[in-house]
Design a protein around this ligand. Structure first.
Ligand SMILES: *[C@@H]1O[C@H](CO)[C@@H](O)[C@H](O)[C@H]1NC(C)=O
Length: 402
């Protein structure tokens, strides 16, 4: 017979077993803390309606009330008509509308699916024909554009596409022989647009810092353009596609999409850029002009002797404004090989046509029709950071010239 103390559960062994149990339970505890598939184990975010799952610390389906194991934030699941907190949740037939990628196909997405879940390119997106039609309407609604007498261009030297990098000045005079500033720049959308242009450091790697007044100018510009027929048209089209539920929601998203800061810097913590700065104000990156696709900006810089026009390599076939030009120029010591832009358009026209293409054909060439002539707009989405629920900032947008 074995002495009592030598049994498998003798005092010494008991201690070892208890220590093992303690370690095991600590391991189990740490496995249950934190998250699974990026979902918090204590939260219902993206889990509403999910069937019982013991991998989580609490549950998010309608039975959890009875079982007393609802997550603390289960109330986000109760608003069944919104996708708030429900993006990519599993299908639950008891919900009146749905928030996962299948809902497009089944036409049962909640109204705010696209905005809440950061889905900017729905499968039921724009057909090419719709883009042609909407752009044509935007074109015809530009009541603030320049008339034939408001601008006189002095094109001077033309270069072929293969000569655009030559950096030779083929224009002794300015591009703009005359702009009717009194008429054009006193229009509210022009005035509020021009106020924004001095808010930026053009060099990348230099962080953007805004005063409260400058931030106010962003809101003022968006508010002003939202009063125009062009932006009303764009909103109603996007609203009819369930992309936005209210004007306020659209305005907020425009502000993030265009004015939200991101980093083109070597150090990604430096927020030195935005879609608006890049496209409308222009930047200098690695010794070259980057972006800079707006005629008012060009005209004002040329007038202030900050910009020297060299030549053009493309001119569109329009007989009135807006026209399209692609130019070579030197912006205070930095060269732009091909800068394409609308000439004589209103700020809201550029903003609307670029936003339309950015939403309808993000990161692609987008064919628009303007006064019966088709042309292409290229947009790029910013890939290194997002806002909201994964929505994309504008990286660039400009007329593609053949
Ligand atoms: C957009 O296009 C660029 C260049 O063609 C590509 O590098 C980038 O990955 C694209 N972005 C997305 C989100 O598809």
């Amino acid at each position: 017979m074995m002495p009592k103390d030598r049994g498998p559960f003798s005092g010494q062994n008991k201690l070892i077993i208890m220590a093992h149990l303690l370690i095991l339970s600590l391991l189990l505890y740490s496995a249950t803390a934190g998250s699974i598939n990026g979902r918090n184990k204590d939260s219902c975010v993206s889990r509403c309606g999910e069937s019982l799952n013991h991998n989580y610390n609490c549950q998010c389906n309608s039975a959890c009330g009875r079982h007393g194991d609802c997550c603390q934030d289960y109330n986000i699941c109760k608003s069944r008509t919104s996708c708030q907190g429900r993006c990519n949740e599993a299908y639950d037939h008891t919900n009146p509308c749905h928030c996962n990628s299948k809902c497009n196909q089944y036409h049962n997405c909640c109204q705010d699916y696209y905005s809440q879940c950061g889905v900017s390119n729905p499968e039921i997106g724009f057909t090419n024909q719709e883009i042609l039609s909407v752009s044509e309407q935007i074109y015809s609604l530009d009541i603030n554009k320049a008339t034939a007498n408001d601008i006189r261009l002095n094109l001077q030297g033309h270069v072929s596409d293969s000569q655009t990098g030559a950096k030779i000045d083929y224009a002794q005079q300015r591009l703009y022989a005359f702009v009717n500033e009194d008429v054009l720049f006193s229009k509210p959308t022009f005035a509020k647009f021009i106020a924004l242009l001095d808010n930026y450091h053009r060099m990348t790697d230099v962080p953007e810092k805004f005063s409260p007044e400058q931030l106010g100018e962003e809101d003022a510009f968006i508010k002003e353009i939202m009063k125009t027929p062009i932006m009303n048209k764009l909103y109603s089209v996007l609203h009819s596609k369930n992309l936005y539920n209210s004007v306020t929601e659209f305005e907020k998203d425009l502000k993030m999409m265009w004015f939200g800061l991101y980093s083109r810097a070597r150090d990604i913590d430096i927020l030195d850029s935005s879609g608006f700065e890049h496209v409308f104000s222009g930047e200098v990156k690695r010794g070259k002009v980057s972006g800079f696709h707006n005629w008012v900006r060009f005209y004002l810089a040329e007038k202030n002797n900050e910009l020297n026009y060299y030549s053009y390599n493309y001119k569109g076939a329009w007989t009135n404004y807006p026209e399209v030009l692609a130019m070579q120029f030197n912006w205070n010591g930095y060269f732009k090989e091909v800068g394409s832009e609308f000439i004589g358009s209103s700020p809201e026209f550029d903003f609307a046509i670029y936003t339309l293409c950015f939403i309808a054909k993000p990161n692609k060439s987008c064919t628009v029709s303007l006064g019966g002539n088709t042309m292409n707009i290229q947009t790029y989405t910013w890939t290194k950071s997002t806002y909201g629920n994964g929505k994309k900032y504008v990286a660039s947008s400009f007329p593609l010239t053949p």
